[in-house]
Design a protein around this ligand. Structure first.
Ligand SMILES: [Zn+2]
Length: 415
């Protein structure tokens, strides 16, 4: 220590070199000592070796017996009290210092440099998933130490990408009405008591959330609801129906989004094929909650295709968590929160391609070789992974403003 201090104060580049040299010499000396001890012990006669070990054993025993259990307990107790005292004092100081500080705001103080205000930058990068984290955020919060690996959500195509950018007047209007725009396209209804107040920058609900789905086609002369709007068959009539939900919205944006979903949403395509395969109203489509097609990778995030994952049928061979939609009837069914399509049916603007949400067949992977293991990924793991910001990657979910708030509240139910 003394040596370092002396060299530092003697200043200049040379002193840094000297410190480095001294450190290197130290570590070389330690290594030489270590090797010489190993060498000596290797050639040590057996008798001397056992005498040395016995001596060490006796010394350890002696020092342990000197401190009885009671003494040790008392020592530990004193230490605990000392640590607790320091912590309480520190918290009290901090509380006093910061209690109702906003009411005692002093413009002469630079609060921005306080260590209790500055939380630093997201400079910690996870070695497995490249998530960016703040200091003191836990190692496993992003990907459970490499055990969670979900496919990237694809970047939204145009015109949705520009609408999310906030760079044009149109996109600003879109972002401030984003929940209304989503509600024009949602395929399930969102049921919850939404708490509203004068100024509400966040999304708040009371009680339970329900997502309900109706039949694919409406009865004659009835109002079109949710999924049914996708099958009107005439683009202009479809825009009119959607515009009728919220007349404060812009027809041009509704038209652009409608075209995008008809072209790119796997779920919309799936329902269109299903309708073609349903000759009568007694037919229904069953989308299994978490089944994966044989031979397909479990974690591929494609919407279900018409095969064993989604089937058109007349009978009743389905499981309680499956979504069963009739071609035409009056019933509304509950969509279970652990269904793979729960997210995409309610948030078509976020999951414009129909990407899967959490379900029971999402498995963990081996962090070393990436192979799937037989352990299930939890909903917590899944959504924590989805919400992280990663290096060289845009997390588009976070650009959805109030719809993102609603999505988070909704997904939290699963956790
Ligand atoms: Zn990670």
């Amino acid at each position: 220590m003394f040596l370092e201090f002396k060299i530092v104060t003697s200043s200049g580049k040379n002193s840094k070199k000297q410190i480095a040299k001294a450190r290197n010499e130290d570590s070389r000396q330690r290594e030489r000592n270590r090797l010489s001890i190993i060498q000596r012990r290797h050639t040590e006669p057996a008798e001397r070796r056992s005498a040395r070990l016995e001596d060490a054993r006796l010394r350890t025993q002696e020092s342990r017996s000197a401190a009885t259990d009671l003494v040790r307990y008392q020592q530990n107790g004193c230490e605990r009290v000392r640590i607790a005292g320091t912590r309480t004092q520190r918290t009290a100081d901090l509380n006093l210092q910061y209690h109702r500080l906003a009411f005692r705001y002093n413009p002469a103080i630079d609060y921005s440099s306080s260590r209790n205000v500055v939380i630093g930058q997201m400079s910690h990068v996870c070695t497995y998933c490249q998530a960016l984290k703040f200091n003191n955020e836990t190692k496993g919060m992003c990907c459970a130490g490499g055990k969670i690996k979900l496919p990237h959500l694809e970047a939204p195509p145009e015109p949705l990408k520009t609408l999310l950018s906030g760079s044009t007047a149109e996109s600003k209007h879109f972002l401030s009405n984003i929940r209304k725009y989503n509600s024009c396209f949602q395929m399930t209804s969102f049921g919850a008591e939404i708490v509203t107040a004068q100024f509400m920058p966040t999304f708040k609900i009371k009680g339970q959330i329900y997502h309900k789905a109706g039949s694919l086609l409406p009865f004659k002369d009835r109002d079109l609801k949710f999924l049914q709007m996708y099958f009107i068959g005439d683009d202009k009539d479809e825009i009119d129906a959607r515009y009728g939900i919220h007349t404060s919205l812009r027809r041009s944006i509704i038209s652009q989004l409608q075209e995008l979903l008809h072209e790119r949403s796997n779920l919309v395509q799936l329902f269109k094929i299903a309708i073609d395969m349903m000759p009568s109203d007694t037919h229904k489509i069953v989308i299994h909650a978490d089944k994966t097609p044989v031979g397909e990778h479990v974690r591929r995030y494609n919407a279900p295709t018409i095969n064993e994952v989604a089937i058109v049928m007349v009978g009743d061979q389905f499981q309680p968590r499956d979504i069963v939609l009739h071609r035409r009837n009056d019933q509304l069914i509950n969509v279970g929160e652990i269904h793979r399509c729960y997210d995409a049916l309610q948030y078509p603007i976020i999951f414009w391609d129909g990407a899967d949400g959490y379900h029971f067949n999402v498995k963990m992977v081996n962090p070393v070789n990436g192979a799937e293991i037989n352990k299930k990924c939890s909903a917590m793991n899944f959504y924590a992974y989805r919400l992280m910001i990663r290096r060289n990657e845009d997390n588009y979910i976070m650009k959805y403003r109030q719809l993102f708030h609603q999505y988070i509240v909704d997904m939290y139910v699963k956790i």
